[in-house]
Design a protein around this ligand. Structure first.
Ligand code: PHB
Length: 363
């Protein structure tokens, strides 16, 4: 079925950028960095180059320091070799006329000592382990361990690592950065009360639990200017064993505290791994959009039709798609034409070679 995607294919300002349409490529972990040194490579450049018809590409989650790594074969942005590797990606994307942000990542407890420097335990706000799933290590899937609780004076160093990651992303030629504060990783572990049982100024009321996120946002916006920075949040997310007793009040508060930074956008994971029409959660996402002074990027199981409806209903400004971009390098073109979509092959999502990565056909 071909429908009239009047809103989806209309121009949109996003911070410093005038985008040709509203379809964003969501950040997607694909675990295909060069293993020695966790560096982006030519194959990664080809993959992103195939997807430049997205209004904006948000590159995969990329750790800002060795301690922030949580999955085998994922890339970093702390060494010169990694900066050089990312430069291949951004050059390719820019040569083809695209725009690309880097997502800055620290996984916190969602790691394993075998992925950590000198085999130490992963760190977290509190010594509380992930209870569901297993860590994806170079030796295969392994149970999560009890993380080590961060000392208060270590937090400054982590904030500075985000600042350095932002500086490195600039050196690598990105157009901006997205702060990953979603999906159960370090920053969300501080935000949500199920994982934060600290007794210092980073725990307790909303102000304290939001503190590290706001410190990171300030550091990153200092480097880039707010109009080239976005932040990803997942208020209702339970992925990686996350819980929060007052999600609406917490995220209403956080979004308002973000306003002084004049960020380009908030990128909201409204649901994770399920279709939009299968979701009966009653969280008021419209409230976040209303409270925030930048653009609202919706994400979570959207189809082209659902995205158009969301824009028509004035519920979002842009929509980010993940899995459809894995399987369809030319996803925007396909929905515009009402063309068939390729089916995504889950078995090749994480790790491996060109199969299931750069070999999905365009029209
Ligand atoms: C994953 O590797 O499964 C993954 C990574 C980052 C996310 C979500 C999922 O934000």
């Amino acid at each position: 079925m071909s429908m009239n995607y009047k809103f989806l294919f209309s121009e949109q300002q996003l911070g410093a950028f005038e985008l040709p349409h509203r379809i964003v490529m969501a950040p997607l972990t694909r675990s295909r960095a060069t293993q020695l040194g966790d560096m982006p490579n030519d194959m990664n450049a080809e993959y992103y180059g195939q997807r430049v018809s997205a209004a904006l590409i948000i590159a995969e989650a990329t750790y800002i320091l060795p301690q922030g790594k949580g999955y085998a074969f994922t890339p970093g942005i702390y060494s010169q070799a990694q900066i050089d590797g990312w430069k291949k990606v951004t050059d390719t994307v820019h040569q083809k006329g695209g725009r690309i942000f880097l997502q800055l990542w620290h996984v916190g407890r969602v790691s394993h000592s075998s992925l950590q420097p000198e085999g130490v335990l992963p760190v977290a706000p509190s010594a509380i382990a992930v209870t569901e799933g297993q860590a994806f290590t170079e030796q295969g899937m392994i149970d999560f361990e009890l993380p080590r609780s961060l000392e208060t004076d270590e937090i400054t160093g982590i904030v500075e690592a985000y600042r350095q990651g932002a500086i490195n992303a600039k050196a690598a030629g990105f157009d901006g950065v997205e702060i990953h504060a979603a999906n159960g990783y370090l920053l969300e572990q501080f935000l949500k009360d199920g994982t934060n049982k600290r007794t210092d100024r980073y725990c307790g009321n909303f102000e304290n639990r939001s503190r590290i996120v706001l410190e990171v946002t300030k550091a990153v916006a200092d480097v880039w200017g707010g109009d080239r920075v976005g932040i990803r949040l997942s208020p209702t997310g339970t992925f990686n064993s996350m819980t929060e007793s007052e999600p609406q009040a917490l995220y209403n508060y956080l979004v308002e505290q973000l306003n002084p930074f004049n960020l380009a956008y908030i990128h909201i994971v409204e649901r994770f791994g399920i279709a939009k029409d299968a979701d009966d959660n009653d969280f008021d996402f419209a409230k976040l959009r209303q409270l925030f002074n930048g653009a609202y990027i919706a994400n979570g199981g959207y189809t082209g039709e659902a995205a158009e409806q969301s824009l028509v209903a004035d519920e979002s400004d842009l929509v980010a798609f993940g899995v459809p971009f894995i399987a369809n390098p030319d996803f925007p073109q396909r929905i515009k034409q009402g063309a068939e979509l390729n089916t995504a092959d889950f078995d090749t999502f994480y790790g491996g070679d060109a199969k299931g990565y750069t070999d999905y056909p365009s029209l």
